[in-house]
Design a protein around this ligand. Structure first.
Ligand code: FE2
Length: 500
């Protein structure tokens, strides 16, 4: 374990075979008190870290073509009184249950998984498998597993048992999408300062319909409005300020023919257009939701935004931007990806001038990075600290092995790296309850330890990553590389009765 912020090594800080092992299926479901802990879990850290991500990379031995196509597996790591409890369960989606019963792959995947049997067995098969693998949130007294192209699945937060599709008490209709990237506005002026959840759905086509949903803490609909924007869209995430929702319409086109004829997954039919600008769609959050603006900026591809805030008639948006859409060649396994041939994600600040409708952009961090996290009270507001997954080396593209802290005021950086054997997942910042300083809290991340083929839940000090882990909570097994998750202050285990 090293902490080498500025050093660039000549040899690679990772090993491909090590990295590949984090993509091994985890077919088992566990439930246990964690008894192997290095360091000490802070006694003020009470609540549950929910994580979601693909758990299976093969269906009864048939490999999937892209990790985004893997069945959703939810993990819950509950902290209470210095102890930690682990539980994981697959989301019992309709597709998961049917494939487990059939003992074979029954569905194509959106991102490139084809059923065995060649194109003849895949052509004109448009059955959608809602794999519920992208995010997991606790909102409105419901635990919801999210996948952006379809409805959420509701789980029991105590057991992670799947309760079924959830239509948010009638807000959604069967077949509606609900994105996997909701934001919680910590203090909404329209609602007397109460928090609200803001999310969206995308209906792609020759033009794109963006529907925005705002839900109160009970999960009831506060506001819903839909907008049509020109052109096809591949929009995974968005960002909010008190007055706006902002979407980046990546410059891509979609040719459905290879998908229709069973040659490629739908995601593989998305082609990046380097000579077209990125369009930034700014939609008011306040009624009557008019005055949508579409601005243009340099080309690039964005999956995730870190945060946004308003400053007089400007909006600043911090986003992880790739020079082009990182795509693996269709005939190459994702496990064989040559990191050196793909563009790294880098952090950019886009400053939108709403008056003259211009955009300025500036790179904030050139180190390869992904999965940003900020203090929950700073969502949509001016902020100082950003925590983000990062590569060990300062240059080039590589797997994420470190957690980077950016002080956007002083430009100071801290990096804690788990190289050469550790591979991190999305960091989540959890503030201390009595904190005055924005960075006073803990950074939680799941780290795959290739030396033991197991995963650790690692707790870092938000004020000083250089201290190294406050605690490494060793799981008895590995969790494959995940996507997103969330923290809730609720602890969903009956700790007293289950302590062993
Ligand atoms: Fe995402």
């Amino acid at each position: 374990m090293q902490n080498l912020l500025a050093k660039t090594t000549t040899s690679k800080p990772y090993n491909r075979q090590d990295w590949q092992k984090g993509y091994e299926s985890q077919p088992n479901e566990y439930e246990y008190w964690i008894d192997e802990i290095e360091g000490e879990i802070p006694c003020g850290l009470n609540g549950t870290l929910f994580r979601n991500g693909p758990g299976l990379f093969d269906i009864h031995g048939t490999p999937i073509g892209h990790p985004f196509d893997g069945d959703g597996m939810v993990s819950a790591i509950s902290f209470q009184g210095g102890r930690a409890h682990f539980r994981n369960r697959f989301v019992r989606t309709e597709g998961f249950v049917k494939e487990q019963e059939a003992g074979k792959m029954l569905y194509r995947g959106v991102f490139g998984t084809q059923k065995p049997g060649g194109w003849l067995n895949n052509a004109f098969d448009f059955k959608l498998k809602n794999i519920a693998n992208t995010n997991i949130i606790h909102w409105g007294d419901k635990l919801l597993a999210l996948w952006e192209a379809a409805e959420p699945h509701r789980l029991d937060p105590h057991t992670l048992e799947t309760l079924g599709l959830d239509y948010l008490d009638g807000i959604l209709q069967p077949g509606d999408a609900f994105a996997a990237h909701p934001w919680i506005d910590p203090s909404c002026d329209m609602d007397g300062g109460a928090p609200c959840l803001v999310n969206f759905s995308i209906k792609p086509g020759l033009s794109t319909t963006i529907t925005i949903y705002e839900l109160n803490q009970e999960g009831k609909l506060l506001r819903r409005h839909a907008h049509s924007i020109p052109g096809f869209s591949f929009i995974h995430d968005f960002t909010i300020t008190p007055n706006y929702c902002i979407f980046f319409q990546n410059p891509v086109t979609f040719n459905p023919l290879p998908f229709l004829f069973g040659l490629q997954g739908a995601g593989e039919c998305v082609k990046f257009q380097p000579h077209q600008p990125t369009r930034i769609v700014v939609i008011p959050r306040t009624p009557p939701y008019q005055g949508v603006k579409i601005l243009e900026t340099q080309t690039g591809f964005i999956f995730h935004h870190a945060n946004a805030f308003e400053s007089s008639d400007k909006i600043c948006i911090d986003s992880v931007c790739y020079q082009s859409l990182p795509q693996v060649q269709p005939d190459t396994s994702y496990k064989e990806v040559d990191f050196d041939t793909l563009d790294p994600g880098q952090l950019w600040r886009f400053t939108l001038n709403l008056k003259d409708e211009t955009v300025q952009s500036q790179m904030v961090e050139s180190r390869c990075c992904e999965f940003p996290s900020v203090h929950p009270d700073k969502v949509g507001r001016p902020y100082r600290y950003l925590f983000i997954g990062a590569a060990h080396d300062a240059t080039g593209n590589a797997p994420l092995q470190g957690i980077l802290k950016l002080d956007l005021k002083t430009q100071e950086r801290q990096l804690w790296s788990f190289a050469p054997k550790g591979y991190i997942s999305e960091p989540i910042f959890v503030p201390q309850s009595d904190a005055i300083s924005e960075d006073r809290g803990w950074v939680l991340t799941v780290v795959y330890d290739a030396s033991r083929h197991r995963s650790d839940v690692v707790i870092l000090d938000g004020q000083d990553l250089n201290r190294g882990p406050i605690a490494r909570v060793h799981l008895k097994h590995h969790i494959p590389y995940g996507l997103h998750g969330s923290w809730t202050q609720k602890c969903f285990i009956n700790c007293q009765s289950k302590i062993q």
